[in-house]
Structure formats: structure tokens, C-alpha cells
Design a protein around this ligand. Structure first.
Ligand code: A2R
Length: 311
């Protein structure tokens, strides 16, 4: 008999096909009244495949649940405590997205420093022949990079930044043992030191507004903020204020506090690069993440062990 798996949210069609083939699979989005469906059938499900969300109410509505498999590395919208109380392991998709998130981090730094997007808008608006050469921008190579969160993705970003001859330091709660990159115990001091402050820590309550007004003021007019982590990590009101007041040099943002809403004040600023949470959004990487969601479930039901379990 096939294991009964519920899907929360939408997942890639190729993954849904795999789930439908291997399991007795249902999507909650197909139910006209999800609450009533859960009340009537919640007890039947032993697996949950999710696009990144599982709060305590959802977990409680599935009393026979044995395993959660989530799409993405960030588990900030999964109630890990509620899962742990029931002894339910949670799977995620780490490592397979490191390259793409790191590539985007470098792209945002290059874009905001060199004005690639902004100068392209200038060209497309027909301003080159009339207004002349685009104003001089900033050099990236050889600059100081402060990484907030030297974990799996942070290390891959550092590797790329070294190819740009960047001088790198990082801030974690605990120093990493196997690296020659200097640890900076104070986030404010890291911001004061660097030209680019790059945020790649997990989201959630523990890191909420880690980058606040004091950090932005320490970064100062020489510095750019790059966020490829979660919008919640940066105090967005303080960031908008700092950008409007020109207290920092600029920002490259893949994530926002209230996605898909982006502060309107940022739209007119050419020293800000804005992209719609595309860190892992390539065919290759999303395919690998989808495969990991499936493999986590399959491995749990076949061998009692997830391939990637959140610790
Ligand atoms: O603090 P540590 O020693 O646990 O180091 C982790 C660091 N980190 C923090 N650093 C400063 N203050 C904090 N409150 C704090 N909390 C965590 O972030 C570690 O070096 C790094 C996270 O690395 P990983 O767990 O390997 O995560 P990964 O795969 O690099 O992904 C990071 C995040 C995801 O959670 C998504 O939200 C986003 O990137 O795509």
C-alpha cells in the first residue's frame, strides 16, 4: 500500500508527478474547504510535502504525520518546535542551491557597484546620445566584503569573492574552525570595516532585524548592503530610511520583509538593485531541490532516514 502524502502549497509539476506516482498523494490547494478536508481526512496522512510552510495548526491537523519534506533550505516558516514535540523529522534542500545563491550574491554586488541595471535603463531610455556617457560608478575587485553567516552558502560566496581579490571577514555567533577568513565577533564592527555587507543567515525569530539602524550607520556612506537571505533579517523601514537619507551607498536585495510587496520608495533609486527572490531560481537548481524533496520522503519511508534532515 502506498503511503498517504499531503502537499501544502504548489510545487514544481515534475515533482508533483513523482509524488503522484510514488505515493497516495493529495494537494490541499485542490480542496474547496481545506479546513473541513483536514478535519475529515487529516488523520490519514503520514507524509507532508510543503513549499516551505508548516505551522503548528497544520501539524496538529495531521495527527498521524511521521515526516515533513520542505522545498528550500530555509525553514523559518516551519514550526520546528511543534514538529520536534511530536518527534517528526523535517527535511529540507541544502547544498544543491549554494552555487546559484552565491552566483546571485556576486551578481548583485557587481550590479550595484558598477550600475549595470541602472546604466542599461539609461541606454534603453535613449539617454546615451543626448546626455552623454553614464556617470562613473564603483569598482568591486579588491574591496572589503563582510559576510554575515559563513555557512554552506556563505563559504561558496567567499570562494567567488576571492576570485575578485576581495578582502573578506565574517560574523557568525561562533567562529568557524576550518577557515582562514577572519571572524569578527561584532556585527557593527564588521559593518564599519567592510564596503559590502552581505547577509546570508537563516531567517526566523533569532535573526529578526539583525541588520538594524546601528549596523546600517556603521556601514555608512562607503557601504552597500546585499541581502540574499530573508527579508526579516533586515529592518526594512530602517534600510529605506538609510537609503533615502543617503546614509549608505546602496543595496542589492533579493528578499523583502513582506514579499511580494517591495517598498515603493525603493523603485526610483538607481543605487538599489531589486530582484524578486530569485536566489535559487534556475532550471538546474530548482530541479535539484525538487528531487531532494522527493528523495527525502522516499528515503524516510524506505529506510527510516531523510537524505537532508534539519538539525
Ligand atoms: O551563528 P552560527 O555560528 O550558527 O553560524 C551560522 C550563521 N548564523 C548567524 N550568524 C550571526 N548571528 C546569528 N544570529 C546567526 N544565526 C545563524 O549563519 C551559519 O554560519 C550561517 C548559516 O549557515 P547554514 O546553516 O549552513 O545555512 P545555509 O545553507 O548557508 O543557508 C542560509 C540561509 C537559509 O536559511 C535561507 O534562509 C537563505 O540562506 O537562503
Amino acid at each position: 500500500m502506498k503511503h498517504r502524502v499531503l502537499q501544502y502549497g504548489r510545487l514544481m509539476p515534475s515533482l508533483e508527478e513523482q509524488l503522484a506516482e510514488a505515493f497516495d498523494w493529495r494537494r490541499l490547494v485542490d480542496e474547496a474547504d481545506p479546513k473541513a478536508f483536514l478535519a475529515a481526512h487529516g488523520r490519514e496522512f503520514v507524509g507532508l510535502a510543503t513549499a516551505g510552510f508548516a505551522d503548528a495548526a497544520l501539524i496538529d491537523a495531521l495527527p498521524s504525520l511521521k515526516v515533513i519534506s520542505s522545498f528550500g533550505v530555509g525553514v523559518d516558516k516551519i514550526d520546528l518546535d511543534a514538529a520536534a514535540r511530536r518527534g517528526i523529522p523535517v527535511g529540507n534542500t541544502p547544498d544543491v542551491l549554494n552555487d546559484c545563491v552565491a552566483d546571485l550574491a556576486l551578481a548583485l554586488m557587481l550590479d550595484v557597484a558598477r550600475g549595470i541595471g541602472a546604466s542599461e535603463r539609461y541606454l534603453r531610455a535613449g539617454l546615451w546620445p543626448t546626455k552623454g556617457p553614464y556617470p562613473l560608478q564603483r569598482k568591486l575587485s579588491g574591496k572589503k566584503l563582510g559576510i554575515v553567516g559563513l555557512g554552506r552558502i556563505g563559504h561558496v560566496i567567499a570562494k567567488r569573492a576571492l576570485a575578485f581579490d576581495m578582502d573578506i571577514r565574517y560574523h557568525n555567533r561562533r567562529p568557524v574552525l576550518d577557515t582562514s577568513i577572519a571572524h569578527e565577533p561584532s556585527l557593527v564592527e564588521l559593518a564599519r570595516w567592510c564596503d559590502f555587507l552581505l547577509v546570508i543567515v537563516p531567517g526566523g525569530a533569532a535573526t529578526r532585524h539583525l541588520v538594524n539602524e546601528a549596523v546600517l550607520d556603521a556601514l555608512g556612506t562607503k557601504g552597500y548592503l546585499i541581502n540574499v537571505a530573508r527579508g526579516s533579517v533586515v529592518d526594512e523601514v530602517a534600510l529605506v530610511r538609510a537609503l533615502l537619507d543617503k546614509r549608505i551607498a546602496g543595496a542589492g536585495l533579493d528578499v523583502f520583509e513582506n514579499e511580494p510587496q517591495v517598498p515603493a520608495e525603493l523603485m526610483a533609486l538607481d543605487n538599489v538593485v531589486l530582484v524578486p527572490h530569485i536566489g535559487s531560481a534556475t532550471v538546474e537548481t530548482r530541479g535539484a531541490m525538487a528531487q531532494r524533496v522527493f528523495d527525502n520522503l522516499k528515503s524516510y519511508f524506505d529506510k527510516g532516514k531523510l537524505m537532508s534532515q534539519v538539525t
